[in-house]
Design a protein around this ligand. Structure first.
Ligand code: HEM
Length: 127
């Protein structure tokens, strides 16, 4: 017998947590936290945040099993000029964990998402 628990376990995280609308709200909260950071905030001074939130929402939809493609090449190009450090990457990952926890995601699903982000450290970090 298929219970609600097993059904939700088989759903991609993207659907399990309500798709693009929920994800956009999570990403908007995430960037509120990023922009509050003294070390990370300045990187976004001249960035079109509406466009970035749209792109970041698509990237996370992809990572959560949603119907989106987002290549590592594109990720590398977007960060190539920024000379991002491991410490800055770690701070982004910590703010992401805070945001996903505040959004009510299950700890096991947060680990899945952060593992996927960690796999892209060498694509983003330059020094
Ligand atoms: C921790 C892992 C990170 C992930 C998964 C990530 C992901 C992304 C994605 C998907 C975009 C949009 C790219 C596009 O428009 O095609 C982006 C843009 C950007 N990221 Fe990251 N990023 C990460 C870390 C960082 C860090 C550590 C910084 C700065 C300290 C940073 C600064 C930026 C900036 C400034 C942009 C906007 C580029 C622009 O539109 O001109 N990112 N990031």
């Amino acid at each position: 017998m298929t219970t609600a628990v097993t059904r939700s376990r088989s759903l991609p995280l993207f659907e399990k947590y309500g798709g693009i609308r929920m994800l956009r709200n999570v990403i908007m909260d995430f960037y509120d936290r990023v922009l509050d950071s003294d070390t990370l905030g300045p990187y976004f001074d001249d960035v079109d945040m509406t466009r970035l939130i749209d792109h970041q929402t698509k990237f996370f939809a992809m990572m959560m099993g949603g119907p989106v493609d987002f290549s590592d090449d594109r990720l590398a190009r977007a960060h190539a000029s920024m000379a991002i450090t491991h410490a800055e990457f770690d701070e982004i990952a910590a703010l992401l964990t805070e945001t996903l926890t505040a959004a009510g995601l299950e700890p096991v699903d947060i680990v899945t998402i952060l593992t996927s982000v960690e796999r892209r450290r060498s694509v983003i970090v330059r020094r």
